[in-house]
Write a new protein. Sequence first.
Length: 94
Amino acid sequence: MTFAELLVPPAWHADAACRDSGHALFFVNGGEPCEITRALCGGCLVAGKCAEVGAGERHGIWGGQSEQTRRRLRRRRILRQQALSACELEEPTE
């Protein structure tokens, strides 16, 4: 990916409720959503996509999810994957 490509926002940004908002709004309040971000994300058509894209991000509000929420979801996903892997390794005994 070129630097120029990084500067072009993805197509789904056009439908984002925050498209005309400043970035600073999503990096405040100790990483927790404030009233404005809750309102924007709560009514956003692409909040799910935004949360998906931001799942691995360590900073900011993505799809209405705080840093703490994303960290908790990442842990759950890892534990679920580990449990599934453990189940696949077990062989049935007869």
